[in-house]
Write a protein of this length. Sequence first.
Length: 236
Amino acid sequence: MNEALIIDSLKDGFIVSCQALEQEPLFGAELMASMAVAAEEGGAVAIRANTPRDIAAIKRKSALPVIGLYKKHYPGSEVYITPTLQEIREIAEAGADLLAFDATQLPRPDGRSLQEFVAAIRLAYPHLRLVADISTYEEGVAAMALGVDLVSTTLSGYTSYSTQQEQPDIDLVSRLAALRRTPVLAEGRIWTPEECIACLRLGAHAVVVGTAITRPQEITKRFVQAIRGALNHDGS
Ligand SMILES: CC(=O)N[C@H](C=O)[C@@H](O)[C@H](O)[C@H](O)COP(=O)(O)O
């Protein structure tokens, strides 16, 4: 797809995050590629995927644009979503169409400021779109000022200083979208079509759902807990 049109193509769309970490039952690039094909058949407009292997496998099987990221933990740093230029390079070479990275205020493992990091990515990959994963309103505003292409609420609830709640942070989506500056992706703990609709009505450009679709162990747990709770068989 023409790179300039990618952002437009996501408008009001449903994006499926197909991720399984090493310790999860569905870990494996081919499984994630099958997930992506299933999402495509269901009408998703894009896939969000972790690791160069998964991204490359998905690109082989699906025509959808891929928001790539690479989770990696460096000693002494809390930043783990595509933390350095090394991971950026690997996901770009794997075929990611959009590059997602931690855009929080947390110190980066390579000591770069967010501004320096974004500038270095732009220089190296001017044709790729940038997705800033943020955890607060202030971080969203700061990322917009740096000229990223999309801001995603991915990390709300996952930094110590952001809003902690079980529900998706729809308020954050709403406040950032109201700025009408940079398109906003609603992401994180979205489980229902109603939540998606609420986010889109509040101005989100698109919504991203992962666990509720691609982590069957978590989906099963929800059913089991709901049933046990209702029948009062939860051991309490
Ligand atoms: C916080 C973090 O590391 N989020 C990750 C970002 O890529 C993924 O583990 C999430 O599955 C993704 O954001 C979609 O969210 P949810 O699975 O809640 O629908």
